[in-house]
Every structure is written in structure tokens, then in C-alpha cells.
Design a protein around this ligand. Structure first.
Ligand code: P6P
Length: 337
């Protein structure tokens, strides 16, 4: 009987990747499998959020001063739980926790990696059934193996990421992750409870017609940003348009769409929040890494996001990411020669 190798699970794919790296220990494959397990558990709760009393505010506010939804806490605990009980991660940083968490046990201290994540991004959309997501970023430790992870392990520039990815809980649940070898997407098959390879070797189209930005902040953007947005609105058949504005205020869904179809996503700084809203370590760096591996580009308006040297776990940055030709046109507005 012919073996159907077309259906490849996440585990099979990551283990097959190992074959090309005989010296690899398999720790990164283990870590990705752990994240896949957490994602399946989060998916179950997200899918039934409207059915049980898991909606509504948890009654506390996170370090960002935002109301915390119960699903945020659940998702955070799932991600932390699988990574702490795995054998690949020495510690984590999470949007939902004020400080880094160093696991500091004998097995974890020997682990090669640390992980930063936003366990459930877009949580304000939970109650209205709009797609939300998990975002993660993986670094090789710079501290001594066998000892507890240190802050230096977490505050590395994004260009040191060994892997990054996201899960989008939408019309279907997809896990997309990048290593330097490529970006691959896996769709959850509920009939077997496995993420199966559905989008091999994702490339971001070099150009597109979608632009994503919160127009409600338009008059608070800097003039060059307003000029670019206005140019997007004026595109027509004669200059690469017309463009369509698509923005559902859920970063994972907005950036995922633009990655697949081609487009640009912007969360600029504003007059009242010059650093913008999005966090560098567990929102912008992962998507910048994924987009660059897929052939796109990501900047903070002045420099490559992946070159920013972080100083704080929850620091924010203005963020522009997407198709390389659209990003190059944006840069003619932001950094005129
Ligand atoms: P605004 C969700 O809260 C989030 O962090 C991102 O997912 C999203 O892109 C952004 O904030 C939306 O922010 O200010 O446009 O509502």
C-alpha cells in the first residue's frame, strides 16, 4: 500500500529537518513540539470561549495596564507549563508577566534555549469572536549551560533569534514558524488533533495592494507617515493600485494575511505614544524575523527592527512590516535621500 507522505505532521517535519543537521540535539524540535501542544490546548478553550464562563475580565490588569481576559491567563499558563516541563527551555518572558521567569531546575538549566511570547495577542477581540493569536520567539542562551538563565539571554537583538512563529486561532487554526531555513505553515486537523503541513516554504509576495493601519490615529502620526498613508489612498491602476485598507486590530491576523497575500502592516508611533503600542521582544521581533525569512522587510521607521538592542522586557517600538517593495516605497517617505 502506497504511503501517503503528503500529510506531514509538525513533529514529522521538525524531525525531518534534523536529518540535515546531524550535530543537532533535537532540542529545538522538542521546543516547537511543546509549543504545538500548548497551542492545541489553547485552541480548545478559544473555540469554546463563547460557551463557558471563561469570557469576561479576569479582574486584574497586566503590566501594560490593560484589562486581562481569563483566556490570557489560561494561554500564558499553558505556554509556561509546556516549556517548563519540556527539556529545551531554560526560562521565558511573557506579555502577561512583569518579569522574566527563570525555571532554575537541574534539567531546565541544561537547556539551550529561552522563549519569549505573547500568549494571546488581540485579546480585546476575544468577546467578539475575531481571530486572535499566540506569538513566540526563540533564542539560544548566551549564559553558561548548567546554570540558571540570565537576563542577558532574553535581551538579545532580534537578529539572534533561532526560530520565531505564531498561532492564529481563526477560521482554522494555523501554526506558522520560521527558522533561517524557511517559513512553514501547519493547519490543525481536528480529526487527528495534529498540526499538518499546509503551507510549505511561505514567501511574502514582493508587492501587494493591502495596507493595514489604524486610521483612527491618523492625525497623531508624523507627517511622513501621513503622507505615505495618503499615497496609499491615492493609488490607482496607473501606479500599482488601487490599494485596499484591511485592519482588524489583531496583529497576528493582520500580519498573517499580508504575509500570504502581500501587503504592509503599520503600527507607527503617535504624538502621545512616540514608541507606539507594540512590544519589541514578543510581537515585533518574531514577525520581523518571519517576514525577512519570507523575503519581506521590517523596520521601526528608522532602522531594521532585528538590529535593535533591547533594554527592557516590555519595551515598545513603532513597527512597519511587509512586502519588500511596499516597504521600500514607505522608506522613501520616512528616510528621504
Ligand atoms: P489598536 C491587540 O491589542 C494589539 O496588541 C495587536 O494585536 C493589534 O495590532 C493592536 O494591538 C491594535 O491596536 O490601537 O489599533 O486597537
Amino acid at each position: 500500500m502506497a504511503i501517503n507522505r503528503k500529510v506531514q505532521t509538525l513533529d514529522e517535519f521538525t524531525l525531518q529537518q534534523l536529518r540535515d543537521f546531524p550535530q543537532a540535539t533535537g532540542e529545538l524540535s522538542n521546543l516547537l513540539r511543546d509549543i504545538g501542544l500548548a497551542a492545541k490546548r489553547i485552541n480548545v478553550e478559544v473555540n469554546k470561549a463563547g460557551l463557558v464562563d471563561i469570557l469576561g475580565d479576569y479582574g486584574t490588569t497586566n503590566v501594560q495596564g490593560e484589562e486581562v481576559k481569563k483566556l490570557d491567563i489560561f494561554a500564558n499558563n499553558q505556554m509556561m507549563g509546556v516549556l517548563q516541563h519540556g527539556v529545551s527551555c531554560a526560562g521565558i518572558g511573557s506579555e502577561e508577566m512583569d518579569e522574566f521567569v527563570v525555571f532554575n531546575d537541574e534539567i531546565s538549566n541544561k537547556s539551550k534555549y529561552v522563549c519569549l511570547f505573547d500568549p494571546l495577542d488581540g485579546s480585546s477581540n476575544i468577546d467578539v469572536n475575531v481571530s486572535i493569536g499566540t506569538i513566540f520567539s526563540v533564542y539560544r542562551r548566551v549564559s553558561e549551560l548548567g546554570k540558571p538563565a540570565t537576563e542577558a539571554d532574553f535581551l538579545q537583538p532580534g537578529n539572534k533569534q533561532v526560530a520565531a512563529g505564531y498561532v492564529v486561532y481563526g477560521s482554522s487554526t494555523m501554526l506558522v514558524y520560521a527558522t533561517r531555513r524557511g517559513v512553514n505553515g501547519f493547519t490543525l486537523d481536528p480529526s487527528i488533533g495534529e498540526f499538518t503541513l499546509s503551507h510549505p516554504d511561505i514567501k511574502c509576495p514582493p508587492n501587494g495592494k493591502l495596507y493595514s493601519v489604524n486610521h483612527g490615529n491618523f492625525f497623531k502620526y508624523e507627517e511622513p507617515v501621513k503622507a505615505y498613508i495618503t499615497a496609499c489612498q491615492k493609488k490607482d491602476k496607473t501606479n500599482g493600485g488601487p490599494y485596499t485598507q484591511r485592519y482588524i486590530a489583531s496583529m497576528v491576523a493582520d500580519v498573517h494575511r499580508n504575509l500570504i497575500k502581500g501587503g504592509i502592516f503599520m503600527y507607527p508611533g503617535t504624538s502621545d505614544r512616540p514608541e507606539g503600542k507594540l512590544r519589541l521582544l514578543y510581537e515585533c521581533n518574531p514577525f520581523a524575523f518571519i517576514m525577512e525569512v519570507a523575503g519581506g522587510k521590517a523596520s521601526n521607521g528608522k532602522q531594521r527592527v532585528l538590529d535593535i538592542v533591547p533594554t527592557k522586557l516590555h519595551q515598545r517600538t513603532p513597527f512597519f512590516v511587509g512586502s519588500i517593495e511596499m516597504m521600500q516605497e514607505l522608506e522613501t517617505y520616512l528616510k528621504p535621500e
